[in-house]
Write a protein of this length. Structure first.
Length: 221
């Protein structure tokens, strides 16, 4: 690995949008080498000697991944992987180890690790694994942001509009909804139109997909 120096003090104002790779390893030479390698391809890198230091660090809201040594002084990377799921840390984890074996690798992958790299690893193998992890996390963030936008739109609906929406996604026509809600058909049509507009749904099928993404259940008679 190259140990060239890289300065992060002169990054552009858009630096916050860069993908971020977090590295946790108690071996300083590994931290320096990985930092140099990853910065050479334009990534922001944050390195830590311990998991406690990593957890205390405020994370960036950009596509990220964690490169984690399986064996740290007094800590277990595999045990942390289980803890990460409980505390809601959803970025992909790439494990590296100088003591790896097949059983450990299988356990890590079954628990959700994206990759497992034995030391010493080829620079290109690490870069490929990181690129895959960051792409995966970018997809996750985009999906979460999409659902968050949907949630905001749904919360803008009035209680009556939400009820009409539940009947619509259940497949009822305006006339049937009017009978169920004891409203005029024209009133139902107005509420339905408002719900479709606020949810930015151009069709009933699109409204159904958005309702499913939000976990909104169809109204059952």
């Amino acid at each position: 690995m190259s140990f060239g120096t890289h300065s992060t003090s002169n990054q552009s104002a858009g630096e916050g949008k860069l993908s971020v790779v977090y590295v946790v390893d108690d071996d300083e030479s590994i931290r320096l080498a990985l930092g140099s390698l990853l910065r050479s391809v334009g990534l922001r890198v944050e390195t830590f000697e311990s998991l406690q230091a990593f957890l205390a660090f405020r994370k960036y809201e950009t596509p990220s991944c964690l490169i984690l040594d399986v064996r740290l002084r007094g800590e277990s990377g595999l045990a942390f992987q289980e803890e990460a799921a409980r505390i809601g840390l959803r970025m992909p984890i790439l494990f590296m180890t100088g003591y790896g074996d097949i059983a450990m690798s299988v356990k890590a992958m079954k628990a959700g690790a994206l990759d497992f790299l034995p030391k010493p690893f080829r620079d290109q193998d690490m870069l490929d694994a990181v690129a895959h992890a960051l792409a995966r996390d970018g997809e996750r963030l985009a999906a979460e942001q999409s659902v968050a936008a949907l949630r905001t739109a749904y919360e803008s609906l009035t209680p009556r509009e939400r009820e009409v929406m539940e009947f619509v996604v259940a497949g009822l026509m305006n006339k049937q909804i009017a009978a169920e809600m004891n409203l005029s058909e024209i009133t139902v049509k107005i509420h339905r139109g408002q719900a479709m507009r606020k949810m930015a749904a151009r069709s009933v099928a699109e409204l159904v997909r958005k309702a499913e993404a939000l976990g909104v259940k169809p109204h059952h008679r």
